[in-house]
Design a protein around this ligand. Structure first.
Ligand code: VG1
Ligand code: CO
Length: 545
């Protein structure tokens, strides 16, 4: 089997965003498109000769085809081994775990995460480095550079590998190892959490539901919740992964997982419910009658993590992305540990986790994780919640009330304006940037709110000193409320404007106002300041989480 070199013309726009390259599936399906991006990755990391990679994805349309292309190219270019999840399935956190556990040189994760799947929907591909985490900006920048000058790729002409067959096969001189995508991940969860206590909780009548949203967590949740923890059959909903996620939107939030939210709001609903996204790294947590805001979830987990065996030693520090609420910082302060504020995207947590400075990390976008892997981890968050519930023996709603009574409450919501005209979105950001210096002292909204300070968030990584600028516009008001505005880096259509709103209510204050009502004046002030409605032609956000 001789490697074949084929010519390529570079494709425009092969620029990794917040989490890898995301495009319409049909864009990825163009002749040579996957090859151009994969070859650029291989070039950017100095070739693949003798290296081992983990390869897998969330099972969406085109997953298996893209994997076959990657395997052929890796084999042709001298890779030693590719470790692949059966049928090409690996959740993002499971892939991260395998890279670490097997000492692989890196991984290729195929996913567009919470975006819909199908030939007319979205596809994605990202590269993870040897620590198991998403490639940092220095690497993604080199990959992008490579895509612009690429002129050829190297592959083999071989039949497809049977991805359903467990065990080792040879592809040219490379070994392809197909393994059960769940086993190693489930073993890791068992090390971190008190499975006996959770099993006893469930056996005692505590009821739960997990919505896998027809995506990759189905097999994981079924094996762990129903198999190992004894939850009744039917606990996992939509548990069979499908290439188009049952034509749904595998995004675990109150809009796209509405049936689950409706279920917990009923008197006869379960005590606990959760959902995860396309690739298994996000989580939504619900208790009877209550939706837990991801920012609050991070704070609650930080305050209670020591109740789980894997974190009994305590936390080194807590990190959150900038738009995430400050609730976690309050916990860190009380615990006397470091807290960090990073740009959006899990790649910015990698150095803090590697350096042992952060143990828990989280984002307002339903991402929570820890130093057990280098990705956010949906099922992990669910199991940590269950472990805490088993230890404290009170309800989700009681845990939150108790938390707010100790720390106060950061009312929080994110408003998304999706598929907005790109020029309008960029115009809004450019105008705001130009006005930044004039904003302090300005009064906006009705009743008027005074802007105390405003800036573009820049981050200096405390571990390697690298600097990332323009990571989102921050507006701080004199009453201690805050608004953040940034453009999404994961969309595939037009631009998505994200407006993040938060207002702090101290422990003695009114802790039970409906969230949108608590933030109404702030949202109106932001609208008045930015002209959001006029510029986008939208009366209201498309999604509020
Ligand atoms: C979004 C979220 C961000 C998250 C990213 C990847 O990015 O806001 O917090 O890390 O998605 O998550 P953006 O640029 O669209 O705001 V996943 O689960 O889609 O890999
Ligand atoms: Co995801």
């Amino acid at each position: 089997m001789t490697p074949i070199t084929r010519p390529l013309t570079p494709f425009d726009g092969q620029k990794p965003g917040t989490s890898g390259l995301r495009k319409k599936t049909r864009v990825f399906m163009q002749d040579g498109y996957v090859e151009a991006f994969v070859q650029s990755i291989f070039n950017a990391i100095g070739g693949v000769s003798g290296k081992t990679f983990v390869v897998g994805g969330d099972g969406r349309y085109f997953n298996a085809e893209a994997i076959q292309t990657i395997l052929r190219m890796a084999a042709a270019q001298g890779a030693a081994r590719c470790i692949v999840g059966r049928e090409g399935l690996l959740s993002t956190p499971a892939a991260s775990n395998l890279i670490r556990k097997r000492g692989a040189d890196g991984g290729l994760v195929l996913s567009a995460s919470h975006n819909p799947g199908g030939i007319d929907a979205d596809f994605g591909l990202k590269y993870n480095i040897a620590n198991g985490g998403p490639a940092p900006e220095s690497v993604t920048a080199t990959i992008h550079e490579q895509t612009q000058g690429i002129s050829e790729y190297v592959t083999l002409e071989t039949p497809d590998v049977d991805l359903g067959l467990l065990g080792e096969t040879a592809l040219g001189k490379m070994t392809v190892e197909i393994l059960d995508p769940v086993a190693d991940y489930a073993a890791l969860m068992q090390e971190l959490f008190d499975f006996d206590a959770i099993r006893a909780l469930i056996a005692g009548g505590f009821s739960l539901k997990f919505d896998a949203m027809h995506a990759v967590t189905g097999p994981y949740a079924t094996a762990i919740l129903e198999g190992m923890l004894g939850a009744p059959k039917g606990t996992v909903l939509n548990g069979v992964p499908s290439v188009d996620f049952g034509k749904g939107h595998p995004d675990p939030n109150p809009i796209w997982a509405k049936p689950l939210v409706d279920m917990v709001m009923r008197d006869d609903g379960p005590d606990f419910a959760a959902a995860s996204d396309g690739d298994g790294d996000r989580n939504m947590i619900l208790g009877k009658g209550i939706y837990v805001t991801p920012s609050d979830s991070l704070a609650v987990l930080a305050a209670n993590a020591h109740l789980a065996p894997g974190y009994a030693r305590g936390l080194a520090g807590v990190a959150r992305s900038m738009p995430t609420s400050r609730a976690a910082d309050r916990v860190a302060e009380k615990l006397g540990i470091e807290s960090f504020e990073t740009p959006t995207g899990w790649k910015f947590f990698g150095n803090l986790l590697d350096a042992g400075r952060a143990t828990l990390c989280g984002e307002e976008s339903a991402g929570t994780g820890s130093d057990h892997v280098r990705e956010k981890d949906g099922l992990w968050a669910v199991l940590l919640w269950l472990n805490i519930l088993a230890a404290r023996k009170i309800s989700v709603a009681e845990i939150l009330q108790d938390h707010w009574r100790s720390y106060g409450r950061d009312y929080y919501s994110r408003h998304d304006y999706e598929a907005v005209d790109s020029a309008a979105a960029e115009g809004l950001m450019a105008d705001m940037n130009a006005r930044l210096n004039d904003l302090p002292g300005t009064e906006v909204g009705n009743p008027p709110k005074v802007i105390a300070r405003a800036d573009q968030f820049a981050y200096t990584d405390p571990v390697d000193g690298s600097v990332s600028r323009n990571q989102g516009l921050r507006i701080f008001f004199a009453d201690d409320s805050r608004a953040v505005i940034r453009l999404s880096g994961t969309g595939t259509e037009g631009a998505t404007i994200r407006v993040y709103l938060e207002r702090y209510e101290p422990a003695g204050g009114d802790l039970n106002v409906e969230t949108q009502a608590a933030l109404r004046d702030l949202a109106a002030a932001v609208n008045a300041l930015t002209g959001l409605s006029e510029r986008t032609g939208r009366e209201a956000p498309d999604v509020m989480t």
